[in-house]
Ligand binder design. Sequence first.
Ligand code: PXG
Length: 478
Amino acid sequence: MMTNQFEIRTAEERPALMRASAAVDTRAIQALDSAHYLHPFTDHKLLAEKGVRVMVKGEGIYLWDSEGKRVLDGMSGLWCVNVGYGRKELADAACRQMMEMPYYNSFFNTTNVPAVKLAALLAEVSPPQFQHVFFTNSGSEGNDTVVRLVRRYWDLLEQPRRKLIIGRINGYHGSTMAGASLGGMAYMHAQGDLPIPGIAHIQQPYWFEHGRGMSQDAFGLKAAGWLEEKILEVGPDRVAAFIGEPLQGAGGVIIPPDSYWPEIQRICDRYGILLVSDEVICGFGRLGEWFGCQKFGYRPDLMTFAKGVTSGYIPLGGVMVGKRVADVLIDKGGEFEHGFTYSGHPVACAVALENIDIIRRESLVEKVRDDSSPYLRHKFEALAVHPLVGMAETCGLVAGLVLVRDKRTLECFAPELGVGMLCRGHMFGNGMIMRAVGDRMIIAPPLVITRTQIDEMIDLIRCCLDATLDELRQRNWI
Ligand code: PXG
């Protein structure tokens, strides 16, 4: 029998929650939301019918809604609240900087102290080839910056024919015109005549879909080979760069075989193509290393970051620019005609400095590597015995499982049944935030999660899988 996960469990939770939710009239906020607020990636007609959930309070790995219901946030917000909710140090850092100097730009031969300190600190925690950074406000803007930088680089080297950037089907690189184009989400391309010119895609390294019957290693080499095929198809002298996430997050936690990235690196080196690692999700400890490229063993020329750099407390993103590109950009001279009002925003940079300090003080990268990720792997992979689960895998503090109709043959459900969404409903309804991407159920909890909390999370997931199975049986879908 499942306990009610929404109940306030400890005396300490009560006062904070009472303060947060007492001020909120749920119905009034829902009505205003429906009248005025256009949400990202949302069908507003459907949302208006269902009514939106109002989140009011966060503490550690938990959130509360305006009805006082508690949920365990298995997604760290949207892959970003890595140090957990309610960190006063981050609020204090923002407050101090706002009182000192809330804003000044980095144009016209000026700079500000937090931006400079953060640039130096990022160079310190990144792989050694990265000594420079370009700041943006988000991951999408970071990837737009990547496109501008890559094209500028080849122009400066007087190879203007090198324009093509190769990404991957089901990769995600943001929602701006360039970000959505680099990404390989067909439903995004369908709205807005994307991709923009000069971008091509190869198939993703998803063993479950494209590699069954092969060993993981053999499949990894085959999937990397698709890059070489594309390069030879268009002509090596036309290819500027390859971009990929170390593991695909928004695409449903697609973890590439170990053989994949070293082979991608070899191919990029062979044809002199720039290698771009989109570290927006994997950066800052998520995989138990500072950056995902270190986990998978490759050496990018450019790295996009956002999310975990401030644990989502304030928007900040950017691009780490490796020596190969920075040397050309700086030595050849001439203005790089790109930047934002808020590039190097002092408040965002002050928060990032404190956030990275927390990650270091609390040894979160090492904690994930040595303790919580092996523990999560052990617990999460055990879910594979559940009758609904075809495959359960983890990498660092990211995990995904596939819901299948027949465990023996790995037969999937018909996509139109929306089994993943049904399962997500059971999760959310029972106090657990776990995302559905098709029928892949995924988590990426805050890096501060403890072993006891991992146990609690796994128990919740198991109960919700049972509830989903019951419902599928009642519907005669299984
Ligand atoms: N690159 C990667 C790898 C991302 O995951 C972006 C770029 C864009 O960052 P901004 O800050 O512009 O959103 C992301 C963002 C999901 C989901 O459904 C994931 C993201 C954004 C929205 C939804 O998992 N990742």
